[in-house]
Design a binder for this molecule. Structure first.
Ligand SMILES: Cc1cc2nc3c(=O)[nH]c(=O)nc-3n(C[C@H](O)[C@H](O)[C@H](O)COP(=O)(O)OP(=O)(O)OC[C@H]3O[C@@H](n4cnc5c(N)ncnc54)[C@H](O)[C@@H]3O)c2cc1C
Length: 196
């Protein structure tokens, strides 16, 4: 199965994990739980009236796990490298192979720099609207790609864009993750089956 390694478990990384896992990719998140969301209270996330930042993260983690994402909490990634087959991600003593890499480390751009991703003049990581960096199949999302506009909803959107672009590469065409009231029951059933 196509494996997506995601470094960072804030809104950007968890959004990538949710979209990737929900649509049949193997999504693995490495996180050190330093998300700014623990300091925030959201009134500006459309569709969500008011929510404590840590509660938001808790729900987003649960959502991603319910769809099959694997979350490694307290797992600092110390190195990411391109390999002949994709990427090698080092966390603790272990090295994990992945076909795609999504960086979602907030404003910290160190891993993007070590991987050789191009930067813009203002030091942000250079990406297009798909969030792909200058390194093929490596994506950068969230605060690291913007000097300003640091908002949870923007990071979550970046993460979703990265996942959908990976899905488009893997499945062809322009991939859409659309549900409707008619298909919702089937999604609920799948989630219930997975829990059983
Ligand atoms: C005081 C404060 C109040 C805020 N209020 C609001 C608000 O009201 N509304 C709003 O929309 N936004 C608010 N924000 C901003 C919001 O929190 C950020 O925009 C959002 O958290 C960015 O999401 P992200 O996923 O890009 O990065 P982050 O949430 O920062 O997540 C990055 C994650 O990557 C992990 N990580 C970093 N390096 C590594 C590594 N090497 N290995 C493994 N994991 C790593 C970190 O531990 C962290 O969990 C606020 C921020 C602050 C500081």
């Amino acid at each position: 199965m196509t494996r997506v390694a995601i470094v960072g478990g804030g809104p950007a990384g968890l959004s990538t994990a949710l979209f990737a896992a929900k649509n049949g990719l193997e999504a693995v998140v490495f996180d050190t739980d330093g998300t700014w969301m623990h300091k925030a209270h959201l009134f500006n996330y459309p569709g969500v009236g008011s929510v404590d930042g840590s509660a938001f993260v808790q729900t987003a983690r649960q959502q991603a796990e319910d769809f099959g994402a694997e979350l490694h909490r307290d797992a600092e990634v110390t190195a990411v490298e391109s390999t002949d087959h994709g990427f090698a991600v080092t966390a603790g003593e272990d090295t994990h192979e992945a076909d795609y890499l999504v960086l979602a480390t907030g404003a910290n751009r160190d891993l993007a720099e070590s991987l050789g991703c191009d930067r813009r003049e203002d030091d942000t990581v250079d990406v297009d609207v798909t969030m792909e960096t200058s390194v093929e199949n490596a994506y950068a999302t969230g605060a690291m790609v913007r000097a300003e506009e640091w908002q949870a909803v923007i990071s979550a959107g970046d993460g979703a864009a990265a996942a959908l672009n990976i899905l488009t590469k893997e499945k062809g065409d322009h991939y859409h993750d659309f549900d409707t009231p008619d298909t919702a029951a089937a999604v609920f059933d799948d989630l219930r089956d997975d829990e059983a």
